[in-house]
Design a protein around this ligand. Sequence first.
Ligand SMILES: [Zn+2]
Length: 196
Amino acid sequence: MKKAKNTPTQPKTPRERLAAKSEKQSNGCVLWTGATATNGYGIISVHGKDRLVHRYAWELANNKPVPADMVVMHTCDTRNCVAPNHLVSGTQADNMKDKINKGRQGCSTGKHGKKLSLDELKHIYSLVDNGKTGYEVAKLTGRSEQHIYQLIRTREARMRRESIRAQQTALGTLKDIQRAVSTAMNQLLMNPILAK
Ligand SMILES: [Zn+2]
């Protein structure tokens, strides 16, 4: 039996979901709080198809599809921002030029967007250490939740590696002591005076 239309359980339209999952920030960005891809761009399901949410937001604001040869760029450089006034369309060439100007091309291009400064990184870790969740840290720093979780995992892996290394060093020292003791014992046992 088909479900009746317009029941309270009727799923929201993509436009409604976009509005429901967007949070305005004091800096003017409107951050998408829904799903994001590992590269930090927001993803929204539109009529069964996963779309980049900033492109979808641009289309809603401009009431037309993004032209085939155009890309939608962020003037704020924040990948999960959907503020219509932060989205501009341009050619791929414009996009590359823009990335180079913003210094996130080549080595400095992280898959999560603008490279983190050391201060930013310290700030993120201090928020994490103060008990903030990945979601909260992402909201506070304008980074994607995935990015925050990746940073947490990276730090955990580094701490694990360091503790394994410390353990190995301690074990190595113990083995050295063991070897020295057994050498000394052998020398004592082989001493002809003691052996008599
Ligand atoms: Zn923005």
